[in-house]
Design a protein. Structure first.
Length: 390
C-alpha cells in the first residue's frame, strides 16, 4: 500500500513538473517581438485555451516594480524528487538483494549496494555542477558532449556494479537528481536574488537569469531519457540484456533529438524533420540490441531439452516465489499472480518464462537463486522448440 501510494504521488508530481517545464520552454521559444511593448520586454505570445485568450509577455530581466502576486514553480520538481527518492528507498534500497544488486555481477551485501547507489547520486551531481561552473560550462557544445560521455560511462559502470534493473533505475535517479538540483541550487536561488533586488530598488544582474536559463535547458533535454529509464524496469528486453548500457547511450541521444524537433517548431524555425529519421533508425537499433539475449550468452542453443529438465530448473529457481504459498521471506503471494509450482502452470507460462529468464536475465530478480547461464540456455532452447510438454 505504501509503495503504491508513493508511486502514484511520484507519477502525479512528475506529470505536473514535466507539464509546466515543457509549457514554459514552449512559451519562451514562441515569444515574438513587438515595438509597442514596454521597454525591457523581450516579447509576447497570444494563446487560446479553455475558451479564453491569454496575453503573455516576458521581461529580459525583471519588471521595474514587483507585482502584487507572483506564482513560483518549484514544488512540482521538489515533490517529484522527494517521492521518487522515497520510492527508491522502499523498492530498491530496502529490497536491494532482489532489485538493486546481482551477486553474479558484483558480490556485495545489500547495505553496501544501497550505500554505493546513494553516494553515487551525490558524487555525480557534484561532478556535473563542477563542469557547469567551470570554463567548460560557458561552451554549451563542449559541456553537452562531455556530459553525454560522463552519463554513458556511469551507465556502463553501473551495469558492472548493479543488476540490469538496478543500473537503469540508478542512472535514471541520478539524472533526475541533477535536474531537481538545478531547480533547488541554481534556478530558485537566482530568482530569489532577482526578487530581492527589485524589492530593494536595485537593478538585478542579467547574468542571474542566464544561469537559470542554462539549467532549465538542460532539464528540458534530459526529461525524455529520464521518463524512458523510469518505465524501462517493466521491460526486461531493455535492462536485462547483453547491451543494456548501449541502449541507454542511444536513448540519451534520441530523447534530446525529439525535444530539439519540438523546440525548433515552437521557435518558428523550419521543422528539422531529419531528426525523426535518426530517431526511428536509433530505435530500430535498440530493438535489435534488445533481442541479443542476456549477458554471458554465447554459442548456439543446446538440443531441445525434455520437459523434465525444464521442470527441474523452474522448480528449483523460480517456484519459491511463484507458488500458491511462496516460501520467500516477506512475499505473501506469487508476483503478478504467476504460479510456476506445477507442470501445468509452467507450460501455461512458457512465454513469460522465456522472456524473463531465457531471452533476458530479468528473473530471478537480482538472480537471488543463482540461475546459471546453462540453465537459461536450456529454457531458451525449450521455448524455441515450441515449449514441448514431454
Amino acid at each position: 500500500m505504501v509503495s503504491a501510494s508513493v508511486r502514484w504521488l511520484h507519477v502525479v508530481a512528475g506529470i505536473a513538473w514535466i507539464g509546466s517545464s515543457f509549457y514554459f520552454i514552449h512559451l519562451d521559444l514562441s515569444l515574438r517581438p513587438n515595438p509597442a511593448l514596454p521597454n525591457g520586454v523581450k516579447g509576447e505570445a497570444w494563446q487560446v485555451h479553455g475558451g479564453g485568450f491569454y496575453h503573455m509577455v516576458k521581461y529580459l530581466v525583471a519588471p521595474a516594480k514587483m507585482p502584487d502576486h507572483l506564482t513560483w514553480f518549484k514544488w512540482e520538481a521538489y515533490a517529484t524528487w522527494l517521492s521518487g527518492f522515497s520510492l527508491l528507498v522502499i523498492v530498491y534500497y530496502m529490497n536491494a538483494d532482489m532489485y538493486l544488486i546481482d551477486k553474479q555481477v558484483l558480490d556485495m551485501t545489500a547495505p553496501v549496494g544501497a550505500a554505493v547507489a546513494f553516494f553515487s547520486l551525490l558524487a555525480a551531481w557534484l561532478v556535473y555542477e563542477g563542469l557547469c561552473r567551470s570554463p567548460i560550462g560557458k561552451n554549451e557544445l563542449a559541456l553537452s558532449l562531455i556530459g553525454y560521455v560522463f552519463l554513458v560511462a556511469l551507465t556502463y559502470a553501473f551495469t558492472h556494479v548493479f543488476s540490469g534493473r538496478g543500473a537503469f533505475t540508478q542512472i535514471g535517479a541520478l539524472i533526475g537528481t541533477i535536474m531537481v538540483a538545478n531547480v533547488f541550487v541554481v534556478i530558485m536561488p537566482y530568482q530569489r536574488k532577482t526578487v530581492a533586488a527589485l524589492i530593494a530598488g536595485e537593478k538585478p544582474d542579467p547574468a542571474w537569469g542566464g544561469y537559470g536559463k542554462q539549467r532549465s535547458i538542460h532539464n528540458n533535454y534530459l526529461t525524455l531519457p529520464v521518463v524512458f529509464l523510469m518505465i524501462s524496469n517493466h521491460y526486461p528486453f531493455f535492462f536485462a540484456t547483453k547491451y543494456n548500457w548501449v541502449i541507454v547511450a542511444i536513448v540519451l541521444i534520441v530523447g534530446p533529438l525529439i525535444r530539439h524537433f519540438y523546440n525548433a517548431r515552437h521557435e518558428g524555425k523550419e521543422s528539422p524533420w531529419w531528426t525523426w529519421f535518426v530517431v526511428v533508425f536509433a530505435m530500430m537499433v535498440v530493438a535489435w540490441l534488445s533481442s541479443t539475449g542476456p549477458k554471458g550468452q554465447t554459442g548456439a542453443l543446446p538440443a531441445t531439452p525434455t520437459f523434465a529438465q525444464v521442470n527441474e530448473i523452474v522448480m528449483s529457481r523460480c517456484s519459491m516465489c511463484h507458488a500458491s504459498e511462496p516460501v520467500w521471506a516477506g512475499m505473501a503471494a506469487a508476483p503478478k499472480g504467476i504460479r510456476l509450482d506445477d507442470p501445468e502452470t509452467i507450460k501455461l507460462h512458457a512465454k513469460v518464462i522465456a522472456i524473463n529468464a531465457a531471452l533476458s536475465s530479468a528473473m530471478p530478480p537480482g538472480n537471488v537463486t543463482a540461475m546459471t547461464m546453462d540453465e537459461r540456455q536450456v529454457l531458451a532452447a525449450w521455448f524455441e522448440a515450441g515449449a514441448p510438454a514431454k
